[in-house]
Design a protein around this ligand. Sequence first.
Ligand code: DGL
Length: 287
Amino acid sequence: MTETASAPIGIFDSGVGGLTVMNAIIDRLPHENLIYLGDTARVPYGNRGAETIRRYALNAASLLSTHQIKALVVACNTASAFALDVLRQQLSIPVFGVIQPVARRAADYSETGEIAVLGTRGTIRSNAYQRELLNLQPDLNVHPIACPLLVPLAEEGWLSGSVTDQVLARYLQPLSSTEVDTVILGCTHYPILRDAITGVADGLATPKTTLLDSAKATADAVADSLAETDLLRDDDEPVGSHRFLLTDVPDGFVDTAELFFGRTLDGPCEHVDITDTTPLASPTTSS
Ligand code: DGL
């Protein structure tokens, strides 16, 4: 195993939601050392402007770079939508986003050619999913739906019940006049709302809908790509270590984090300040 292969993978998200992606990466790559950075002081990113999101993403990448990471996973859909290009320009390591892997899976999977994308306002406004899907298959009919209330609902742990169902019914109503058979969960928080979303979507769309989750698709893409470039730790190495860096430790952090992580936080949680990290570069483009 090379020295580079033994280095950790950095994972970055606006807050705790990206732990759904880290969870999927641990399932797929149990021997990897992982360093998670959650920008919990500045979450949510979903309603912010493009320049701000790029600046935050560059701060986070800059901090993670000081840990000699061998690859960066941008677990946040909103940051992937706005900052992936600038991060790839600035970093000399592989940078993975969460949008392309699940878009590929959805384009392959859909039989009706009608795909819904659920995401934050920012992700939907960026058109990143729509662009990716139409690049893959120009005749797809894509239905983007911004669902801003789902992030706070998930963080409150309201994963089922009448309020959650009513919110979902309102957001998903446009599906009732479509042939959507594939729904992309284009936000870190939505995998834990999977059962509620399935229940409401199945009652609305004509065919049964399948929900595809960007966390699993990203974990597979990271694993395949790092294997191809010989950047994975050997399978006979011990189980990997996990560290959690946070820009704030909010009330009830551990419970909320474990809800998204789907397992016990099995490593140290450290407070970091990324606002004064030397930015990798100033963002120069606007949306
Ligand atoms: N992590 C964000 C995403 O996947 C959701 C939370 C936020 O708005 O920051 O888009």
